[in-house]
Write a protein that binds this ligand. Sequence first.
Ligand SMILES: Nc1ncnc2c1ncn2[C@@H]1O[C@H](COP(=O)(O)OP(=O)(O)OP(=O)(O)O)[C@@H](O)[C@H]1O
Ligand SMILES: [Mg+2]
Length: 272
Amino acid sequence: MLDGEIIGQGSSSLVVVRNESRSSKKVITAFKCFLCEKGNVRKRKLYEKEVQALQRLNHSNIVTYYGCNESNGLLAIEIEYCERGNLQKIIYDQKYVYSITTVLTWAKQLFSALSYLHQERNIVHRDVKPANIFVSKDFHLKLGDFGCVRQLEATSTGTLVGTQRYMSPRMKSKEEPYKVSKRNDVYGAGLVLWEMVERRSVFDEYTLDRNFDANNFYIDIFTKKLTALKPPDCFDELKELIVITTNFDQKQRPSASRVLAQLKEIIEVGPS
Ligand SMILES: Nc1ncnc2c1ncn2[C@@H]1O[C@H](COP(=O)(O)OP(=O)(O)OP(=O)(O)O)[C@@H](O)[C@H]1O
Ligand SMILES: [Mg+2]
């Protein structure tokens, strides 16, 4: 199962590409492989959760699911291969030159995926960041890595999962249970838009030894030294959209569908 070229490595998996025959056609697909030593319940759960979510999804900006497989302690998910790798790579590689019009198109694709997840599937992704957004050969964005997803119930509470730099700051006291919220995906996507424009890591003043310095970040938020993300350098309508989606107070953030509608309007009228 692990044959094939390795194209990515995450905290819990190794991703390889392989040539497959699919209804007499040759296609290249990606296999996300989890090495699951006997009794490793955590990894099996991650795998099962991701399979269950992907099986229910069908959207042009979400990575397509083909199937899953288990052999000799190796669990694998077969998904659409996105030739350009992840969005983080594109943002940081100066070899890729892209315009603000492309940023708007990508923003529309990302919020279209989120709006579908939230409205039509009632699912929260919980780990929206450039490394979890994949890019097809023709530069279409595909939201991937559903290892942290949560199906929402009426009053879902949960543990904190995701990637700290892209996680919505909590404004409430520690005693209050953490609520799983669609608006936290909106926050992560807002930060992704900021990075698309700025082409550097968001909150990089809080980077310590290449990792995110969450302690100092939260101290600055609680002492009100940091009250908002510094707006990116771009035209007003997009700047405004990034400011509202990344508001530290989740109640002030719009829904993904609302943002999508605004983006469509901006694209129609054109940047000012
Ligand atoms: N379908 C795909 N097409 C192209 N590249 C992919 C694909 N799936 C994954 N990758 C690459 O592999 C990397 C790791 O994949 P993924 O994020 O799904 O794994 P993970 O173990 O859940 O990661 P982590 O927990 O570290 O976020 C991605 O950032 C991307 O570069
Ligand atoms: Mg990932």
